[in-house]
Design a protein around this ligand. Structure first.
Ligand SMILES: [Zn+2]
Length: 353
């Protein structure tokens, strides 16, 4: 995994993109080379100790006993309008009750608003009625999944969260977009390119994604001044809200990829495997070779240049079908995007060099 010394969030985002998410298919672990992603199932972070108790969510969504589905593994559940959260006994024991529930409710304070934003962003392309999604905390006992550089996974209609609350917050909305576009849409997103591009574009560039923003500060109280300094230096500090603007950060990160910063390095691509960014890939990537932020920003370009309807109504297209629909090869579209992304970064005042 690549690192960038002395650049805090930019370091983080490199790891983050490699740890973005999986979804849609069972993981092919044999295709995934060893990476420096945490190999244990112990969460890397704990719930924020300094956060005020999230009383509104606690009152609105009480803990219930689970008397049905997998109640031995998940003895408790919480129902919200958009989800049924299955709470694993092992995870509660691992973190301790207080930290476990603090983490859960910190996320629940924002998750419903985020989920509603995603449904709105996809309106017209997903079913009008969206049943609650099942979400499992699976921080313990999933060593096979924890070997993958993914913080969450969507499969069989269920979101599984593998690494603890902070990481869960980072991928939650992305996984929920998978649920909407795989299980609550016809046609559904098909293939890694469309699944991951739509998931990352909608969750990080269209929606405000309040839960993911927490990832950048969760458990990092001692590094907040460093984060702020870096965000100001590179142009992605939001002075009004006093936070790192993670949407801008996504564009900045895509630009770093486009600039060639990761050539020769390993990364987890949207094709769901860890590969090396060769010069050949850099010059002319195939669809599945894109990094998560790169894919998100390319989709933002396609939506701006060709219209949301053309993009979303083709989210199950093969390479050839995509070429027919857009009237250009993927390679041509990619190079158009590359020029556009640099312009966007310049307009946003991002320091990309
Ligand atoms: Zn995904």
């Amino acid at each position: 995994m690549i690192k960038r010394a002395g650049v805090f969030l930019l370091t983080l985002i490199f790891v983050l993109c490699a740890a973005a998410c999986g979804g849609g298919e069972e993981p092919k672990t044999t295709e995934t080379p060893a990476t420096e992603a945490p190999a244990t199932d112990v969460p890397a972070t704990e719930a924020p100790a300094t956060e005020a108790p999230a009383t509104e969510a606690r009152e609105a969504y009480p803990i219930e006993e689970n008397t049905g589905y997998k109640s031995e593994t998940y003895p408790y559940l919480v129902r919200t309008p958009s989800a049924v959260w299955y709470l694993a006994a092992d995870d509660i024991a691992l973190l301790g009750e207080e930290a476990y529930y603090d983490g859960l409710y910190a996320i629940l304070e924002y998750a419903e608003a985020d989920f509603a934003d995603a449904r709105e962003a996809l309106k017209g392309y997903i079913f009008e009625e969206v049943q609650p999604v099942n979400i499992h905390t699976d921080f313990c006992g999933h060593e096979d999944m924890a070997k993958l550089p993914t913080n969450g996974y969507f499969t069989n209609g269920t979101i599984s969260l593998y690494r603890g609350w902070a990481e869960a917050a980072d991928v939650l909305l992305h996984e929920y977009v998978h649920y909407l576009t795989l299980n609550r849409a016809a046609p559904s997103t098909a293939g890694n390119y469309w699944r991951e591009s739509v998931g990352e574009y909608v969750s990080r560039l269209v929606c405000r994604n309040r839960t993911a923003d927490m990832y950048y500060t969760w458990g990092r109280e001692d590094q907040l001044s460093e984060i702020e300094a870096e965000a100001k230096q590179y142009g992605f500090w939001d002075y009004e809200e006093e936070r790192a603007d993670t949407r801008k950060l996504t564009f900045l990160y895509a630009q770093m990829v486009l600039n060639g910063d990761i050539v020769g390095h390993e990364y987890f691509c949207i094709g769901q495997k860890t590969i090396v960014r060769t010069q050949e890939i850099q010059d002319d990537p195939a669809r599945q070779d894109l990094m998560y932020s790169e894919a998100a920003c390319m989709m933002a370009y396609l939506v701006e240049a060709y219209g949301r309807d053309l993009v979303f109504s083709n989210w199950n297209s093969s390479v050839m079908q995509m070429e027919d629909a857009f009237g250009k090869t993927f390679s041509e579209l990619y190079h158009e995007f590359a020029e556009w992304n640099a312009e966007q970064c310049a307009q946003m005042g991002l320091i990309t060099g």
